[in-house]
Design a protein around this ligand. Structure first.
Ligand code: HEC
Ligand code: HEC
Length: 190
């Protein structure tokens, strides 16, 4: 991928097409669609290039990404990073115990079961790291979280570090563990 210094003001223009699905200012209000606002640019860039190369499944995004140049991708990612992430999802009382379990797994992992704390890579605040290519995962709805965690868990080995970090982390986790972290991360952030 080659691009000049990313320009958020330029990225705002092509992002109009995206806002119909990803929400105003790219902050999603729709639990079926991930928000892009506040995301680390390196993560957004990588996802758009893997959609464009049809390596990550999503017919909708294949079509969207096909239209974007490397520079568009870099500019949109820079614009998204300047936006405030959109709402944290509320935990219903029926899910409070699961959210607490998710918090414990996220922050501390589970040594005897070989589960690495998510916080080691994503940070205790869930905002990830741009220079390490680790996604910010606060404000991700439980539906989107569930979908992407299952994608990582079920995906074949690519031999490149990014998806493999998640694959290895998720391997020892049960369905209930996944549900628990999904509810917890959706409630992180404002
Ligand atoms: C018709 C609706 C629609 C439009 C328009 C759309 N997207 Fe998406 N986008 C989706 C859906 C649905 C997903 C979730 C894909 C999945 O995981 O199956 C997604 C996922 C993504 C992701 C991955 C997010 C993550 O957290 O992993 C990025 C980045 C993205 N879209 C960027 C864009 C950009 C940039 C545009 C505009 C050029 C755009 N999208 C336009 C529906 C849309
Ligand atoms: C060893 C480092 C590492 C650990 C530990 C880790 N992650 Fe990740 N995670 C990553 C990286 C790197 C990415 C970006 C993957 C990519 O580029 O495809 C990611 C991506 C994600 C995504 C996708 C974000 C999106 O917007 O779709 C979610 C959700 C996620 N991680 C949740 C978790 C949870 C929950 C845990 C703990 C159970 C966890 N991660 C543990 C490194 C890690």
């Amino acid at each position: 991928m080659t691009f000049k210094a990313p320009d958020p003001a330029h990225g705002k223009v092509p992002s109009h097409t995206c806002q119909g699905c990803h929400g105003p200012g790219l902050a999603s209000m729709n639990s079926a669609i991930p928000g892009l606002a506040g995301q680390n640019p390196s993560y957004t860039r990588l996802q758009l290039t893997v959609f464009r190369a049809r390596l990550r499944p999503s017919a909708v995004m294949w079509q969207q990404a096909a239209k974007l140049s490397d520079q568009d991708i870099a500019d949109i990612a820079a614009y998204a990073a300047t936006r405030q992430p959109g709402p944290a999802w509320k935990v219903g009382s029926a899910d409070a115990a699961l959210a607490a379990k998710g918090e414990a797994l996220f922050q501390a992992g589970d040594g005897p079961r070989n589960i690495i704390a998510c916080a080691i890579c994503h940070g205790s605040d869930g905002r990830g790291s741009d220079c390490l290519g680790v996604a910010s995962i606060t404000n991700l709805s439980p539906d989107c979280g569930g979908k992407v965690l299952h994608e990582f868990k079920d995906t074949p080995e690519f031999g490149i570090p990014h998806p493999n970090a998640m694959r290895i982390t998720l391997r020892p986790m049960t369905e209930e563990d996944l549900k628990a972290v999904q509810i917890y991360i959706s409630s992180m952030g404002k």
